[in-house]
Design a protein around this ligand. Structure first.
Ligand code: 4AD
Ligand code: MG
Length: 452
């Protein structure tokens, strides 16, 4: 027999052929003379209907069991699907006790319930759809960058720098317990990366357009719905870039092009979310794609927040960091479409941000992209390329020796440049309307939780 992935079985080209499929039973229905199974193998949302004579019934053929079915692909008399498999042989490969199995046949478990079973939730329609969408979204980002002339760089996971300077680092050392005076494994303190930006800046000095897409780590002691200790970040860096305008254009193009690709390539899976998991969200996504993203300065944002009658938990003054509640208000103010906020107070931004010459305010050429339901999706900036300004700034922070190599980038063939980072899980939350970030990553890690 021809071995098929179930997603391939629906093409009428194989009608009448003897085929073999392997997967997990999503439903069982027994009649006097027949049994009906639905089998899913993760290749798509669709399950294949298997029809068998009652003599092929088996006690072990239960919801959740793993099976291998051989039979003839037939045109189905049923309305719901075009093709069914007339079974000649059904082999239960792995049993599944339906009493102990945490998911029940025909029940739609919510994402919060599924979260309790990180090792089993991929067996449900909702979470397997999510993971196929995640896989396709990954491909969409890679194709956006490829189509736009970016070179992919594998930036290191282990690094000795704290790019963001926020002190949210996980330190890396071997687990063996040596004597107390043992040296650092790398001779210097080493950490899991919080951002590949500085390594990308190195590379933009040779390739101009570069990007990286990998895991990033932050020891944030936060139980929020949009923070993880391990998340994936898409980062891009562009050489010969002189204005934030040119940067926001790339960010907006990337958001729209990747979202459109996901919608086009994952029609059924996205539909499952937009119909059953997060009903009504599709209209919000369409509105985002149609809009041209508004841009406002931090100072304008502070004015808007100041005029608002909303009762914020955190007060708003010029100079304060914007909190999630403020970001959500600004998005609502703009009609629930993504909005760029630019030119933040200089002292709020890391050492690499380019200073605007605008006393007495003193802002930096930095930009955040805020999106509905999530708040901050991307953070980016022009980088300080002026050797004297950067040196003075690093000296103030006592960092001039640590970042001597970074200053070299400004000494040898320096060009104005800038870039941004996008939180990949937050992107999925935004496109799918998922409230909790723990539901858009296969194995979430956050404070007090590192299951599996
Ligand atoms: O704004 P952030 O901290 O920017 C940077 O790290 C820059 N160095 C990026 C760059 O310019 N190359 O992080 C970028 C994005 C945030 O906007 C947010 O979407 C996401 O990463 N992010 C997180 N996502 C999930 N969990 C966390 N703990 C996150 N922290 C940041
Ligand atoms: Mg940020």
């Amino acid at each position: 027999p021809l071995k098929l992935r179930i997603s391939q079985a629906f093409s009428t080209a194989d009608l009448g052929k003897s085929v073999k499929i392997q997967g997990w039973v999503r439903s069982v229905r027994t009649q006097k003379a027949h049994i009906f199974l639905h089998v899913n193998d993760g290749s798509s949302l669709q399950s294949l209907q298997v029809v068998a004579g009652a003599e092929l019934n088996d006690q072990l053929l239960t919801f959740g069991s793993a099976v291998e079915v051989t039979g003839i692909l037939k045109k189905s008399p049923h309305q719901k699907q075009a093709v069914e498999l007339e079974a000649q042989r059904i082999h239960v490969i792995g049993e599944c006790d339906p009493v102990d199995f945490p998911f029940k046949i025909k029940e739609r478990h919510n994402l919060e319930y599924l979260r309790q079973f990180p090792h089993l939730r991929c067996r449900t329609n909702a979470f397997s759809s999510l993971l196929r969408i995640r896989s396709e979204a990954t491909a969409a980002f890679h194709s956006f960058f490829k189509d736009n002339g970016f070179v992919q760089i594998h930036t290191p996971v282990i690094t000795s720098n704290d790019c963001e300077g926020a002190g949210e680092l996980f330190q890396v050392e071997p687990s063996s317990v040596g004597d107390a005076h043992r040296e650092f494994f790398f001779s210097v303190p080493a950490f899991l990366t919080v951002s590949g930006q500085l390594h990308l800046e190195v590379m933009s000095g040779a390739f101009s357009r570069v990007y990286t897409f990998g895991p990033t780590f932050r020891a944030e002691n936060s139980q929020s719905r949009r923070h993880l200790a391990e998340f994936y970040m898409v980062e891009a860096e562009l050489g010969f870039l002189r204005s934030l305008n040119d940067l926001t254009k790339v960010m907006e193009d990337m958001f729209k092009s990747t979202t459109e690709q996901v919608l086009a390539r994952c029609v059924e899976d996205v539909d499952l979310f937009h119909r059953h998991v997060t009903p009504g969200h599709r209209a919000s996504v369409d509105a985002m794609l149609k809009s041209s993203f508004p841009v406002m300065s931090y100072s304008e944002a502070v004015e808007i927040l100041g005029r608002s009658t909303e009762n914020f938990t955190f007060p708003v003054d010029w100079g304060c960091d914007l909190k999630t509640e403020h970001e959500k208000h600004l998005v609502k103010h703009c009609g629930n479409v993504p909005v760029f906020v630019t030119d933040y107070p200089y002292r709020l931004k890391p050492f690499y941000a380019r200073a605007n010459q605008d006393p007495p305010q003193n802002t930096a050429a930095a930009v955040d992209l805020l999106v509905p339901g999530v708040g901050e999706l991307c953070g980016g900036s022009l980088r300080e390329e002026r050797l004297d300004v950067l040196t003075a700034h690093l000296e103030d922070a006592g960092l001039e020796d640590t970042y001597d190599w970074y200053l070299d980038l400004r000494r040898f063939g320096s060009v104005p440049h800038g870039g941004f980072g996008l939180g990949f899980e937050r992107f999925l939350q935004c496109v799918l309307g998922v409230d909790n970030i723990k539901d858009v990553i296969p194995f979430p890690r956050y404070s007090h939780s590192c299951l599996l």
